[in-house]
Design a protein around this ligand. Sequence first.
Ligand code: C2O
Length: 518
Amino acid sequence: MIITAVNGQLPGPTIEAREGDTVVVHLVNESPYNMTIHWHGIFQRGTPWADGPVMVTQCPVTPGATYTYRFNVTGQEGTLWWHAHISFHRATVYGALVIRPRGGDDAYPFPKPNREETVLLGEWWNASVYDLERMAFITGNTAPPADAYTINGKPGDLYNCSAETYGFQVQSNETYLLRIINAALNTPMFFKVASHNFTVVGADAAYTTPYETDVVVIAPGQTVDALMVAGAAVGRYYMAASPYDSAIPNGPPFSRTTATAVVEYVGSATDAPPQLPPRPEYNDTNTAFRFFSSLTALVLPGKPTVPLSVDTRMFVTVGLGNADCQPEQLLCNTTGTRAPIFAASMNNASFLLPDAVSMLQAHYANASAGVYTRDFPGQPPVVFDYTADASDTAVLKYTTKSTKEMVLQNTRLIAKDSHPMHLHGFNFFVLAQGFGNYDEATATPRFNLVNPQERNTIAVPTGGWAVIRFVADNPGMWFMHCHFEAHLDLGLGMVFEVQDGPTAETSVPPPPVDLPQC
Ligand code: C2O
């Protein structure tokens, strides 16, 4: 079994930047696998070739090859992250990307913390994730669940395997900024620290109105910045990350599915057994929804606010269903038939990556024929019905510089699930969310047009809907997809093609000289 790690570390190194900095990362691929890296949540204004999703903005960096990613971190502060964007490699190829205010830590719009801790939640398999992904893709099945959840790469002592536990020390009466990142492939998490509360001050590198809570809920792809005050009483406390899965009525016992780390007060007895926090049930959708829907943006002077007028509105279903098998998939070849297989789609279109040239290269060369089509259905062709065949070509919606509103509607034909939908290249504003079928008449009065939260990943409520708005003003090819890696493989994605503006500065620049070729 081969583990691919970055600079020998798991999680990989944290990238520390200040708002306005230029970040340059040299990827030297010493692994035996094709590789790309995505800078999750970075706007990539004017640098679409650095975004990283394989076959969307670049061909893979082959074993032994190199590629330099160069981009600005402008107009956003807080916690983001980076990860491999090919196969399941992000299970081990990931790390934090921290953007501090240009004016230093005194410029935070909240009391300056005494210290900061980065908390990366992950998933671990006792197997090669590359093999798992190939097997799942070839057979049309989903990948098996993780063997362990992790905090900063370690499962913690509730697992009876190696029992490696991450920990950090705190001082009484000091304030800690926890930068929490869900890097898990397929699992939203509840995060708690025994006997401690949090004040959420940011999410997805956008400041939020301070929000008090004893639990942080975080879907794959999302980040949460939360202040935690160390109390007067010393002691040892577990921080615990346990899965949220709305689809499973009764989950396995918590003790076998919870990652832990230890918060240890300076001066506490080091042999004292840590306290464990009470954790929400596996399927506690109420707690998840309360957290997700309670966040609002901290409105700051000079920051973009939600656009009040909209150029294009889309109603898009997201979900799992059946589709014709793809020619690459083994089932087609062995049976010789086109028996329906498990698939995922947006508006009944199941997304498939091209294989000869990246979509951005095709867009730049004005040669999309045979690479992608512009036939992404603006409305679901058959609402809530996945019995119709899904498309097996790469699909996208063609947009010019415009404000888009999307209603994302979960369907539950096969299984209800809360899909974390991630948009590359932009943040969006979350206007409203709810359960059941979207109903225009009752939903629009609930739109928050004053201080909606800004995100790059929205956990669309299980069996429910969410409405988002964003300004598509950065030319390029921008992936939108479910951040459950297993669902991305099944086709739960689409690409926004954003046209060039009138000037060179508002157009896709020429590709870097070292851009990998297929
Ligand atoms: Cu964090 Cu397209 O992904």
